[in-house]
Design a protein around this ligand. Sequence first.
Ligand code: PMP
Length: 329
Amino acid sequence: MPKCDVGRRAGQIWHDGRLVSWSEAEVHVLSHSLHYGSAVFEGERVYGGRIFRLSAHSARLIASAAHIGIACPFDRATLDAATRAVVAANAISDGYIRPLCWLGEGVADLSGGRCPVHVAIAAWEWPHAFAPSALADGIRLMVSPWRRPPPQSAPFQAKAAGLYLSGMMSQRLAGTRGYDDALMLDYRGLVAEAACANLFMVTGGTVVTPATDCILAGITRETVLQLARTLGYAVEEQHVTLEQLKAADEVFLTGTAYEITPVRSIDDTTYRVGAVTRAVIGAFQQLVRGPHPDEATRLPARDERVQAAAAGGVRQARAGGPHSDGLGV
Ligand code: PMP
């Protein structure tokens, strides 16, 4: 399980338009979001002081808020600038950023329609979620008994706090049973995603990942799909059964916090950390730390597509389809 202590410390947090000290950035106990999970958030990574795909994340935050009926009071450009200011103020080199948009004081009205909407952005040094050994050898997953809900029951496109309860319970259960993380199935029993990362498998040289019809369309996932195509692999976004996953040659997770983390086992099924996983990890590291690091010029078209997907579309891109263009790196 990734560990990162973000308790009290020196530093500054952007809070509703201004930088405040770490200890000043507090909420009232009667905040709506604390009671009902009515918040949306992002996770972003800083590589060598540069934020990877910042605008895509800012856009997803705004879209996530809209999905649950909250109007984010700041536009993308303002969020981008605020995020850069937080990274600079805290002198983050290799770290993680957590933007949060939530409903403030007022719990008597469940609709939260009259609650103030707040936004905060925090950042801290956090080079990797897992120890280098986990990245080299892979992590161990347990299939969770908790499932991702059907699209009629949850705004799955939103990175919304309330949707993380099943992931939180799954991760806890996995931890108590000695696993590194939990794999969640969807309401149909198909492979969905890990508690906070997307899943890929490699079967016969083809890179396969579950379709985003009830899971979060990860920004790292999108990047990895492009990288895999650029590396010359066939790529499929499709429904994946647990049987297909257990028969796969390689498995890895993708996410902002997890980056690309190989999977060593799922329950009793073991995998090797193979050549395809290694190639994708190498290409990803080159992308995030490579010679064209400006997030403003990186993957602009893709950022728009992620935003569109987050705004309600179900993407079903196939190999050779509209996502097969180059990476601009
Ligand atoms: N699925 C879930 C449930 C997540 O929390 C995350 C992390 N944001 C992901 C997938 C991966 O998304 P991204 O690559 O955009 O971080």
